[in-house]
Design a protein around this ligand. Structure first.
Ligand code: URA
Length: 435
């Protein structure tokens, strides 16, 4: 029978399950430009409302993955592994995990994303390092992974191009928060990048796609099932995204905090999750025998500066200026820095990640459309965390802006993002569930 795109849309609209040939033909037509954006968007909306079976999601993932090149690491001397986050505020974990995993003996070919909306992106962060090239060819990408142990690049035109096109469309048609579409999107590019082991950070909370643990669990289970069905070793953690991670949110500021963590310092939450995710990768990939051993050895690699050295070599191999590791002034600098004082004394009860994300966005550190240009120096730093004692007038954070007027216009909103209490504050649970 002839393939008629509107029949496929109607079938899904009416709650039917699509067969493999229909999904493959639709994605092939969309990739080639034969199926227009409006029909793809209509199908995405039908999937948003009607969902997909695991079989349909597996075919969609495979079709998106095969829309471009498949990077392979066959006969590679080290096990390959990667980590992916569904995105959060202050989430700079990939910047530490890739070099730490490489220092532990893994090869990490990481394809990361850009920030969109309030969620930051690893690629934007890395591009705040002068000269750092996130657009390596697949050949150069593999060469850096071979020489250094890890490389971090953006999604190229050659890797899962149909996902890139579809994601941009979903972003402007209200069809991002759909579990089958997110699953296929994430897994298609991660699987195309070739790593055999994959650990997923599914963020959950007010600043995440998944607001509830139930939704996050469903997404995590789908991602894990999909990866295993396609022959990879996959694990997932559900982590809290009600509050930001670390004490910075933005781009250059987050790279600076990552460098501090790679020097064996950095905020405790950032270090703990770096070690935990990397431990899951090394154990799943068979480099370490168990999590306890992995945590001990990885903590030592951080403290000895071995992961920092891998990061330095990755920066050099990708054309970046490695002097930023020792001199923060070489990063892009904000035009104005404004301290936001505490209105009263007490203990920090909560820092609202969604509000902090919106402030970073308005400071110019994020983008509302894919075409926006970000200000790499914009963001917040020296951010208090839940449990910190504060005196009246003490800074809750610093706003880094292009000029003083912009910073001042956001000071009241920034103060409101931090709740201060006189009651005892329970310790924050960073990991909500293991899948
Ligand atoms: N990240 C992706 O890469 N795709 C999605 O659909 C959502 C988050």
């Amino acid at each position: 029978m002839n393939f008629i795109p509107q029949w496929v849309i109607e079938k899904k609209r009416d709650g039917g399950a699509l067969d493999a040939a229909e999904i493959r033909a639709f994605i092939a037509g969309f990739t080639a430009g034969a199926i227009p954006d409006y029909q793809m968007a209509a199908l995405a909306m039908a999937i948003y409302f009607r969902g997909m079976t695991s079989e349909e999601t597996a075919v969609l993932t495979d079709a998106l993955m095969r829309s471009g090149d498949l990077v392979t690491f066959d006969a590679w001397p080290r096990p390959t592994a990667d980590k992916h986050s569904t995105g959060g505020i202050g989430d700079k974990l990939s910047l530490m995990i890739a070099p730490l995993a490489a220092a532990a003996g893994l090869a990490v070919p990481m394809i990361a994303g850009r920030g969109l909306g309030i969620t930051g992106g690893t690629i934007d962060k890395l591009e705040s390092i002068p000269g750092y090239d996130t657009r390596l060819s697949v050949t150069a990408f593999k060469r850096v992974v071979a020489e250094v142990g890890c490389a971090i690049i953006g999604q190229t035109e050659r890797i899962a191009p149909a996902d890139k096109k579809l994601y941009a469309l979903r972003d402007v048609t209200g069809t991002v928060p759909s579990i089958p579409l997110i699953t296929a999107s994430i897994m298609s590019k991660k699987l195309a990048a070739g790593a055999q082991t994959l650990v997923l950070d599914v963020k959950c909370g007010r600043a995440a796609f998944m607001r509830t643990v139930d939704d996050a669990r469903t997404l995590a289970q789908n991602l894990v099932r999909m990866g295993r069905a396609l022959g990879r070793k996959v694990g997932a953690l559900i982590t809290d995204m009600d509050q930001p991670l670390g004490r910075t949110a933005g781009n250059a500021v987050e790279v600076l905090e990552a460098i501090e963590t790679l020097k064996g310092a950095g905020p405790a939450d950032t270090r703990a999750l770096t070690v935990e995710f990397t431990a899951r990768m090394t154990v799943l990939a068979g480099v370490h025998p168990d999590l306890e051993t992995a945590r001990t050895l990885l903590a030592r690699l951080l403290d000895e500066g071995r992961a920092l050295e891998v990061f330095r070599r990755m920066v050099v191999a990708q054309g970046g200026d490695p002097r930023v590791l020792d001199d923060a002034r070489l990063f892009p600098q904000p035009g104005a820095v404004l301290e936001v004082p505490a209105a009263h004394a007490g203990t920090v009860a909560f820092v609202d990640a969604q509000q902090i994300g919106q402030i970073v966005l308005q400071l110019g550190g994020g983008r509302t459309s894919v075409a926006d240009v970000i200000d790499p120096a914009a963001g917040v730093d020296r951010l208090v965390q839940a449990g910190d004692p504060v005196a009246k007038g003490q800074p809750l954070m610093r706003l880094l802006a292009k000029d003083a007027a912009l910073a001042e216009s956001l000071a009241a909103a920034a103060a409101e993002a931090v709740r201060i209490t006189s009651e005892p504050v329970p310790e924050r649970r960073l990991i909500l569930e293991t899948i």
